[in-house]
Design a binder for this molecule. Structure first.
Ligand SMILES: Nc1ncnc2c1ncn2[C@@H]1O[C@H](COP(=O)(O)OP(=O)(O)OP(=O)(O)O)[C@@H](O)[C@H]1O
Ligand SMILES: [Mg+2]
Length: 395
């Protein structure tokens, strides 16, 4: 099974590209599911479905054609299915604050519930081998970062806190409930957490396996959008996810010659060059700005044709190696960079803002640094077996 994760800044075209990719995959014969991980679902809208008809059926995949289904996680149904005890407990605590039942129920939809529910479905569909490809249409960058780090965070919690908390509460609950301002969570609450955790087992390995999961970053040829895309790239790399494509959407097509757009054209050309240089060797694709919104099946198919030239398989595994990795060894931060070529002696290193710039002959690579390393400068560098290791130190 393959998982294709579409992420990027708000409004860049993630949903449209994910939906178009789903259509193309189904055309090629893959059993495909496009799943929305964004609480502000708009997948049904992209397919221009009668929303009432669709929403009546959500909670389960909705069939588009014989090999394509779409799925928008319905949080109300999920709470009934998976979060009953957790949610009941949170509601009971909120009620003690004096707010109304309706408000309590609204507030008991905790951040992360929808994302975790989506991950549980991915895991379930994988076990059932129901689909060949699952396309994930993510929420804007910040939330999709939380999405991919959730399994790790949860695992940490289960390992270090859960058993302790559960055991402790078992012991103190009878007494504490008499004095605490609200009821402490019952053991059912913990059983619910454990059950959910069980449903998520293995999902982090799935996301970090480049043979299974590929991240496609959607961007626009604009300065502000590019900055966020670069941060997203660093973040996904840091989390061990393979980004194997950059999709630059809404590029002005050559037939737009109106003087009004001249400045746009020049700035897009500059940013496109920058995008190629920054993300190399990750392949960059350009998708034109259409004359219209991309709504409904026909227009999504048109978008798919612009996105995948003949014979190209969206499910193909692009890159499996991270272009660089970050590590901390003996208290020192280090960056390891794969170099396709380059001999010793011709490597130049310098800092530019919170990026490390590596120059090898005429080739230049910009590496966005994670916050922990942003204040450091490059120190010693060592080249071995085409891997450049750069030590980062206090400047
Ligand atoms: N290449 C394009 N040409 C013209 N319109 C486009 C193109 N790509 C996307 N659109 C339109 O732009 C709007 C936003 O696209 P879309 O909903 O896919 O973005 P998104 O990244 O999913 O947004 P959000 O962050 O809100 O989820 C939609 O109306 C869509 O039809
Ligand atoms: Mg969207």
């Amino acid at each position: 099974m393959r998982i294709l994760l579409f992420s990027g800044k708000g409004g860049v075209g993630k949903t449209s590209l994910a939906a178009a990719t789903g259509l193309e995959l189904s055309r090629l014969g893959y059993r495909t599911l496009v799943m929305s991980v964004d609480p502000a679902h708009s997948l049904a809208d992209a397919f221009d479905l009668e929303t009432e008809l669709f929403h009546g059926k959500t909670g389960d995949p909705y069939t588009i054609n014989e090999r394509l289904a779409i799925h928008e996680v319905n949080i109300q149904k999920e709470i009934k299915r998976h979060w009953r005890e957790i949610s009941a407990y949170v509601i009971s605590v909120l009620r003690t604050t004096g707010i109304s039942d309706v408000e309590a129920e609204e507030l008991a939809i905790l951040p992360g519930m929808e994302e975790l529910s989506a991950l549980m479905y991915v895991n379930q569909f994988r076990r059932e081998q129901r689909y060949d490809v699952i396309v994930l249409d993510c929420a804007p960058t910040a939330e999709s970062m939380r999405f991919v780090s959730m399994p790790t965070t949860l695992e940490w919690y289960m390992k270090h806190i859960f058993a302790f908390q559960r055991g402790l509460l078992k012991a103190v609950r009878p007494i504490a409930n008499r004095v605490a301002p609200f009821e402490l969570p019952s053991d059912d609450y913990f059983a619910n957490i454990q059950n959910l955790f069980g449903r998520l087992a293995g999902i982090d390995e799935l996301l970090e396996d480049p043979q299974i999961t590929s991240v496609r970053l959607v961007t626009n040829p604009e300065r502000m959008v590019l900055s966020e895309t670069q941060r997203a790239f660093v973040y996904f790399t840091l989390h061990g996810l393979a980004v194997d494509g950059i999709l630059v959407n809404r590029v002005l097509p050559p037939e737009v010659t109106d003087a009004y757009f001249q400045e746009w054209r020049a700035s897009q050309a500059r940013i496109l060059e920058e995008i190629d240089a920054y993300f190399a060797p990750v392949p960059v694709k350009r998708i034109p700005l259409f004359t219209h919104e991309v709504l409904g099946r026909e227009r999504l198919e048109e978008l798919a044709r612009a996105l995948y030239t003949t014979g190209e398989d969206p499910a193909a595994i692009g890159r499996t190696e991270a272009p660089y990795t970050f590590a901390k060894r003996d208290g020192h931060y280090e960056i390891r960079l794969q170099l396709p070529f380059a001999a010793k002696g011709e490597v130049g290193l310098f800092k530019k803002g919170d990026e490390l710039v590596v120059e090898i002959g005429t080739l230049r690579r910009h590496i966005g640094l994670p916050t922990s390393m942003a204040g450091l400068s490059p120190g010693r560098a060592k080249l071995e077996n085409r891997i450049l290791t750069v030590e980062m130190k206090e400047s």
